[in-house]
Design a protein around this ligand. Structure first.
Ligand code: SF4
Length: 419
């Protein structure tokens, strides 16, 4: 007699017959594991690792990897391949700065999931932690590769808080399911938490996988073994098929502007050299009204310049009395820079929305009315990041150089710089 595990696998076999094994990816043109094999392994892994949990939480960002997980898992449940947990909740991280076509696709996906009776929670960072409020209200400079405050703050921490609240209400064992995918190249990459810059991965998913407190929920990545080509095959070919749920996933693929190797992240992300995603989207029919968004990346680069920032004057000490190792470091944005940045972003938003109105398209919200009011309020309250008072010199003022060992190198041409 078949036990539950065997019978589930038998159903999985039936499911997989729709996606024959050994079939080359339509996009890779080679003979790596087909989508069918990937699905089959996902099914076995889910049966082995996920079915013992009472509650499943799908961490969804609207990007290709988490969309693949969400549609695949729901399809497997609908087809009876997986046993339903007591609850299934899709949690959408709404950063407000994702690429607009992907935001639109995520909205459609959430409408569809809700229509199927699946609980969808939208998670947004608290007001003062949101991307533009934090930057222009508190004065923290745009994120960079050496100061990446954004991913934890606008993605991971709000999601962690929402999961904690949700799990606290539910009781029982909960599992958070993410779209982390190491694929072929990142299998060699031990630093999965930073995988957003590799293999076209989604910014934030790896952090969720590694940084969610274990006491809160376990985490599981059922498409960990999928390659990028398999993800595209699923989204473009299989998920839209009636057999697998007729999901509106082609528009997610289209949202990448035809660039198959694109990572998912915020529009104008300052951590990548070139925002290829936006450039590709602008070439698509119906999205050229987003052209002013190209100004975001230019603004972030400009705001990192010394003339827009404060600098510690030198001789900063730790609590134990020793000198800090980064003397005279540059810090927050000046008030003038923040106001300039705010006006520029509002101008970009207005330009996009005017074009959208003219062309009968959907507009965008980068900074809403409440956020703008809060930014202006924080500036009026003279708010600085922790450890800064605003009394520090502007970073473009010439100072005698204080080295980390406490030695001082005076400015050589003091007269020339007028100090
Ligand atoms: S996509 Fe870029 S700006 Fe957005 S959270 Fe990730 S690193 Fe930060």
């Amino acid at each position: 007699m078949m036990n539950a595990f065997d019978s589930q696998l038998a159903i999985a076999e039936r499911f997989v017959k729709y996606i024959p094994r050994g079939e080359a990816s339509l996009f890779s043109g080679d003979h790596r594991a087909s989508v069918g094999e990937c699905v089959e392994r996902t099914v076995s892994n889910m049966i082995a690792h996920a079915t013992g949990y009472d509650h499943w939480i799908l961490a969804y960002s609207g990007g290709k990897d988490s969309s693949t997980v969400a549609t695949l898992i729901v399809s497997l449940l609908e087809l009876g391949v997986l046993e339903r947990p007591k609850t299934l909740t899709v949690m959408y991280a709404d950063t407000r700065v994702e690429l607009p076509p992907l935001q639109a696709a995520a909205r459609e996906m959430m409408t569809r999931l809700r229509a199927m009776g699946i609980a969808v929670l939208e998670v947004c960072a608290p007001m003062d932690e949101r991307f533009f409020v934090y930057m222009f209200g508190r004065g923290v400079p745009p994120p960079s590769n050496t100061f990446r405050w954004c991913t934890p703050q606008i993605k991971v921490e709000p999601m962690t808080a929402a999961i904690a609240e949700h799990v606290g209400r539910l009781g029982g064992r909960a599992l958070t399911i993410t779209g982390v995918r190491r694929g072929e190249s990142a299998a060699r990459d031990q630093r999965i938490s930073l995988s957003c810059s590799r293999n076209g991965a989604e910014c934030g998913q790896g952090w969720l996988q590694t940084d969610l407190p274990g006491a809160l929920t376990d985490t599981f990545a059922p498409i960990d073994h999928w390659t990028l080509c398999m993800v595209w095959d699923w989204l473009k070919i299989f998920a839209p098929m009636p057999e697998f749920g007729a999901w509106p996933t082609r528009m997610i693929a289209d949202g990448y502007g035809g660039d198959e190797d694109m990572r998912t992240g915020c529009v104008g992300c300052n951590l990548i050299a070139h925002d290829g995603a936006l450039a590709s989207v602008l070439k698509l029919p119906g999205w050229d009204h987003l052209t002013p968004l190209l100004g975001l990346k230019k603004l972030y680069l400009e705001l990192r310049l010394p003339r827009h920032r404060k600098r510690q004057p030198g001789f900063q000490y730790r609590k134990d009395g020793t000198l800090q190792s980064n003397q005279q470091r540059m810090g927050p944005l000046t008030f003038d820079a923040r106001l300039m940045g705010l006006e520029r972003v509002l101008g970009i938003q207005a330009a996009v929305n005017e074009a959208a109105d003219r062309l009968g398209r959907v507009g965008i919200v980068l900074i809403d009315v409440e956020e703008e009011a809060r930014i202006r309020e924080l500036i009026a309250l003279q708010t600085w990041p922790r450890g800064w008072t605003g009394e520090e010199p502007n970073a473009d003022v010439w100072l005698d150089q204080v080295d980390n060992d406490g030695s001082v190198q005076p400015i050589l041409f003091r007269e020339l710089v007028g100090k």
